[in-house]
Design a protein around this ligand. Sequence first.
Ligand code: NAP
Ligand code: GDD
Length: 341
Amino acid sequence: MSRRIALITGITGQDGSYLAEMLLSKGYAVHGLIRRSSTFSTTRIDHLYQDPHEPDARLRLHYGDLADGSRITTLLEQIQPDEVYHLAAQSHVRVSFDEPEFTGTTTGLGTTRLLEAIRMTGLPCRFYQASSSEMYGITAPPQSETTPFHPRSPYACAKVYAYWITRNYREAYGIHAVNGILFNHESPRRGETFVTRKIARAAARIARGEQQYLHLGNLEARRDWGYAPEYVDAMWRMLQTDTPDDYVVATGTSYSVRDFLTFCFAHVGLDWERHVRFDERYLRPSEVPDLVGDASKAERDLGWKPAVLTPELARIMTDAELAEVPGARTPAAAPAPQPQV
Ligand code: NAP
Ligand code: GDD
């Protein structure tokens, strides 16, 4: 059987890095879209580096941006992927209130640019859209594939648009396109401004005496936090089904930001109430109070089930922060992966 080819947008992000790892381990040739910046943004995939001059290198990176539809079309023609995992987005909810237009053009219209490129090239590839539990907003939990959306941020509005354009291209053009409606998933590779990483990092730093206080916003919000490496497996499973469909991926459990603080700080022997301070800058103009996913359809159709629940996730993330040696930068074992230009 010929080697399968995957294209991942957002390969430098948390999920993209775990997905690239998993697909390489399954024997895929993996192509990643990365944006050019004046500094390297590839730290999460540096360990996957393969010299692109080697003819059998299975990881290749290409410059491109979600705002640039013609580049995306050219790349699809060139790469001829069997599977496209569209993960790239302006993914921060709070930031989307500051940059609503940019969020719309990347997180929303970026999906249309990819789908339109697939339609125009006529490639028979399968397409995964990174949809989000944020789309449910203030709809009461538990949320499933049949729960109505009520988005509460420019980010969530853009994701609702992207969700529907994915379904539209499936219905209108028969493209094998699926929505994975993933609830929050975290890991030691989570971006540092998301609340779980912020808490785990602060717990370790405070325990080491490097920091005294942690400033946070709303502690009452409840989330269904799972473990990112398990969630990329669900993405892959969705693209292996014969009939494209949409799936919720979640643990089915609910914890507050306050609970997450307790797990991380207790793990390092501290009382969080002595270290956490309120900062209104971290509040959102409209909040999403309570997300809990019902992933029974994914379990039934895909055989997917989470193993790591939030308390263990908090320990994994805090331990990873404790293992960080302050001030030390690990020398790169290999040159940072960059596209060939
Ligand atoms: P992330 O760590 O923020 O990664 C986002 C990725 O998108 C990065 O590789 C980023 O590149 C890339 N990107 C952003 N703007 C771009 C642009 N204009 N052109 C090209 N690439 C661009 O996000 P994540 O947590 O891995 O999430 C992956 C996807 O799943 C996102 O679409 C997110 O909205 C969605 N999602 C995430 C969760 C979650 O809990 N993690 C839940 C549901 C849905 P740089 O490295 O250059 O910034
Ligand atoms: N980021 C952040 N920083 N959040 C805080 C803070 C803080 O200092 N203090 C309290 N929070 C609360 C937020 O108000 C929110 O209710 C909750 O913590 C989680 O915030 P984030 O970790 O930023 O994640 P999110 O739920 O808004 O969005 C993430 O999950 C979505 C899936 O539901 C992102 O990964 C999105 O891309 C993803 O779609």
